[in-house]
Design a protein around this ligand. Structure first.
Ligand code: GLN
Length: 487
């Protein structure tokens, strides 16, 4: 049961071969055993999970089960969960028990899914390695000396180690796709506005988007279907009819199920910078796609190289504003001793935030200040528009874009910790997608040196989530990388 797909779990629950309480217990016991080594969870929600599982069993018995009723999952600790600690990986919120559920959490609760707990993450979702958590680094289940990627590293490690069958994450610049790639699982970030940000603690609001982790595209499609949908409480939530993101998950019709699909390969992604072992795995995956009937065409994203500088102006600018609410008054950490209000703010923030968060607040405040706004912030917004236009030009020539998720496999814990710029550069292939607001998916496509997973990224035009998932599904029907598990 630990390794079963969501479809298999659904069948087992419906046939009463296992109860939801038994299933939740199986995963909770596994978390208890393995989490001390992996540090994937900040909070384990044993009592809450068992209560939800009992309710799910009653629903199943009454014949009222939906697709996720009784299915265990984990939430990234960026999502507010009523009555359960919500830390966002920060000392600032280490005492914060949310009085309400995020929209995503409420939807999954209503669907009858069972919340096993809250996963570790980079503080306020700032990072690419999960080393920025107040709760310590998450270990990669494939090699515990290596990072799992970030910022949703806890969710990715939990799914890779099968401490949960599926998990939620958020992706501001790659934080679903990159850790999925580094841990050998599948992750999707939908079009900006598809998943409500209500109750998802804000990092950079114009880029933040909830996403789904699973072993396969099929599992991700089911989770995303349950997470997505209009929510009037998020002003950027898109008012569109509900979608079944699993609608293109189908058995291969013939031996060329992807015939007619044009895959664009951005020249800039295949230039220097990609490690040899990543290139070998990505090239082999592209050959597999061609075998399945797809054709490949070279495209160009000339401004993609400017994505990192643009992002590291825009994201910190938004973060500096979003994080001003953590002042020691309304929520979270408050310094024990202070002389006046100003010192209370200053000391609470100095004590509550970690080094990377402070760096971003400083950068963000600087680029928004008088005299620098035009030189940095406005300039970055213009680059953002150009980057989005590049993608539109590319999609005139292809249906999906493919490339590596990350330039290298997972690096050693500590390796880039003192070099923020090297850390930022590791997101070179994922960040442009957020700047443009497009959907992106990462699926495992092989292993590099040291038996470390390599991810292939698929990028689609707006609202092409079902196509991305269906495309990855055909690849996963023909290959077994997504079935490999760490020892
Ligand atoms: N690594 C990027 C950053 O540090 C992206 C993080 C994310 O997607 N949340 O901002």
């Amino acid at each position: 049961m630990i390794h079963a797909s969501l479809t298999e779990l659904r069948a087992a629950l419906d046939a009463k071969r296992i109860s939801s309480v038994e299933l939740a217990t199986l995963f909770l016991d596994r978390i208890e055993q393995q989490n001390p080594a992996l540090n994937a969870f900040i909070t384990v929600n044993r009592d809450g999970a068992l209560a939800a599982a009992r309710a799910a069993d009653a629903r199943i018995a009454a014949g009222n089960a939906g697709p996720l009723t009784g299915i265990p999952l984990a939430h990234k600790d960026v999502f507010c969960t009523e009555g359960v600690l919500t830390t966002c990986g920060s000392k600032m919120l280490s005492n914060f028990v949310s009085p309400y559920d995020a929209h995503v959490v409420a939807l999954l609760k209503a669907a009858g899914a069972v919340n096993l707990g809250k996963t570790n993450m980079d503080e306020f979702a700032m990072g690419s390695s999960n080393e920025n958590s107040h709760y310590g680094p998450v270990k990669n289940p494939w090699d515990a000396t290596r990072i799992p990627g970030g910022s949703s590293g806890g969710s990715a490690a939990a799914v890779a180690a099968r401490l949960a069958p599926i998990a939620t994450g958020t992706d501001t610049g790659g934080s679903v796709r990159q850790p999925a790639g580094h841990t050998g699982i599948t992750g999707i970030k939908p079009t900006y506005g598809v998943v409500s940000r209500y109750g998802m603690i804000a990092y950079a609001s114009s880029l933040d988007q909830g996403g789904a982790f699973g072993a396969s595209a099929a599992d991700c499609a089911q989770l995303l279907t349950a997470m997505a949908g209009f929510d009037a409480r998020d002003s950027t939530s898109l008012e569109r009819p509900a979608e079944d993101y699993a609608r293109e998950i189908a058995a291969p019709a013939n031996d060329k199920p992807l015939a007619g699909l044009r895959i664009g390969l951005p020249r800039e992604f295949f230039a220097e910078g990609m490690a040899e072992d990543v290139r070998t795995a990505v090239d082999a995956a592209l050959d597999e796609y061609r075998k399945l009937g797809a054709t490949t065409v070279e495209v160009s994203l000339p401004n993609a190289k400017l994505a990192i500088p643009a992002y590291y102006v825009i994201a910190p600018a938004e973060a500096s504003s979003n994080l001003s609410r953590f002042d020691g008054v309304r929520y979270g950490h408050r310094a024990a001793e202070y002389r006046d209000l100003a010192e209370m703010y200053a000391k609470s923030r100095a004590e509550g935030f970690g080094a990377e968060v402070k760096r971003r607040i400083l950068v963000g405040t600087y680029v928004l200040s008088h005299g620098y706004y035009d030189a940095y912030y406005l300039q970055a917004q213009k680059l953002r528009r150009l980057i989005a236009q590049d993608f539109q030009a590319a999609f005139a020539q292809c249906d999906v874009i493919a490339g590596p998720t990350s330039p290298t496999t997972a690096w050693a814990i500590g390796e880039k910790a003192d070099d923020p710029v090297q850390m930022y550069l590791s997101d070179i292939y994922t960040i442009a997608v957020n700047l443009a607001g497009l959907p992106g998916l990462s699926h495992p496509c092989g292993f590099g040196g040291g038996n470390l997973p390599v991810g292939l990224q698929l990028i689609g035009d707006y609202f092409s989530e079902a196509r991305l998932l269906g495309t990855a599904h055909q690849y996963q029907q023909a290959t077994d990388w997504h079935l490999r598990r760490p020892a």
